[in-house]
Design a protein around this ligand. Structure first.
Ligand code: ADP
Ligand code: MG
Length: 332
């Protein structure tokens, strides 16, 4: 069953600017973890705020747990919505202790056992009497999370939950967050501009651009079969090969130039081959440059009519000016 349904939600802040959220529709199933991803200004925060009831959409519907929260004739205020919101900056009260911050959630103070359990799970037990400035950024984040979860919301909304964390911490925090969501049977919709975070955590993703949902799908679907060149690029460097040169490719998309179809082929989907007779998908070109990326080298290869970015093993020696033949191995 769908816990959350958005139908053609549009939000404009001004009459003259393009809408911040433009006709977005998607669903979250019970227990699902969904990532809203997109670049800066793509409408991610606005969409969360609409769902939380902090912004009123111009048109469209938001339905949570069978209750219509927004429609042309209905607006349920934020405090009456069965969802918790963790703001990007955590929004803790600086002059309240951790305990007081957590108890601030509606009705949360009534359930001390629940709060104790959540603090235990989030590994912040013992910090009750500290003030926000006396704990680390990661701990502040978990206080905000416990505050949001304390009210047992059906849906948890998180704005860039990992953006303040050091790269070394991110992996373990992702794992902890996922564990917490699963243990509390929470459906979560989280905003991220970080593809790695989204890929690692989400069951499904919604890719936003200029306020519109460009693609909705599982991380694998979106990675392997991006809907357009923009989505393809969002997930890392991509070569766009004219379909005529890779006629057997499993997936192709409209070229950005508007001329014909192209096949998105990522740098790691190429390998060196002995010579151009090794298959119809072989391309021969001259090495323009090589960049050491640790485990692999990134090679810029100029063929007759394409500039390819490909990855080759780190221990292979190639030099600019050298001629290479490569072939492309796309997933079916
Ligand atoms: P994101 O979170 O993806 O970076 P936002 O939802 O914050 O994007 O912003 C989407 C668009 O709406 C941007 O163009 C932004 O400038 C504009 N915007 C956001 N908040 C306001 C506001 N309060 N008033 C006017 N414009 C806003
Ligand atoms: Mg934002």
């Amino acid at each position: 069953m769908n816990l959350l349904t958005l139908r053609s939600v549009t939000k404009r802040y001004t009459a003259t600017d393009p809408p911040a959220v433009d006709g977005v529709s998607f669903e979250c199933a019970q227990g699902e973890i969904v990532a809203l991803i997109g670049g800066s200004g793509s409408g991610k925060t606005t969409l969360l705020r609409v769902i939380a009831g902090l912004e009123i959409p111009d048109t469209g519907e938001v339905v949570l747990n069978g209750t219509t929260l927004n429609s042309p004739t209905r607006f349920v205020p934020p405090e009456k919505r069965d969802c918790g919101l963790v703001f990007q900056d955590y929004a803790l009260f600086p002059n309240k202790t951790v305990s007081q911050n957590i108890a601030f959630g509606k009705g949360a103070a009534d359930d001390p056992a629940r709060i104790g359990e959540l603090m235990e799970m989030a590994d912040i037990s013992g910090l009750e009497q500290r003030y926000p400035h006396e704990i680390s950024g990661g701990q502040q984040q978990r206080v905000a999370l416990v505050r949001a979860l304390a009210t047992r919301p059906s849906l948890l909304l998180l704005d860039e939950p990992l953006s303040h964390l050091d790269p070394e911490l991110r992996d373990s925090v992702r794992t902890e967050l996922l564990k917490l969501f699963r243990e509390t049977d929470t459906t979560a919709l989280f905003v991220s501009h970080d593809i790695e975070d989204a890929m690692a955590m989400a069951d499904r993703m919604v890719v936003l651009r200029k306020g519109a949902a460009e693609q909705v799908g599982t991380p694998d679907e979106i990675y392997d079969r991006p809907a357009n060149p923009h989505v393809a690029r969002l997930f890392g460097k991509t070569n766009f090969i004219p379909l005529g040169l890779l006629p057997d490719a499993p997936h192709s998309i409209a070229a950005e130039t508007g001329e014909g179809q192209v096949v998105p082929a990522r740098p790691h989907q190429w390998q060196l081959v002995e010579n151009s007779n090794d298959g119809s998908t072989a391309f021969t070109g001259k090495v323009v440059s090589t960049t050491n990326r640790g485990a692999h080298q990134e090679v810029l290869l100029q063929t007759e009519n394409l500039t390819l970015t490909i990855h080759i093993p780190g221990n292979t020696t190639v030099k600019p000016g050298e001629t290479l033949t490569v072939s492309c191995d796309l997933k079916v």
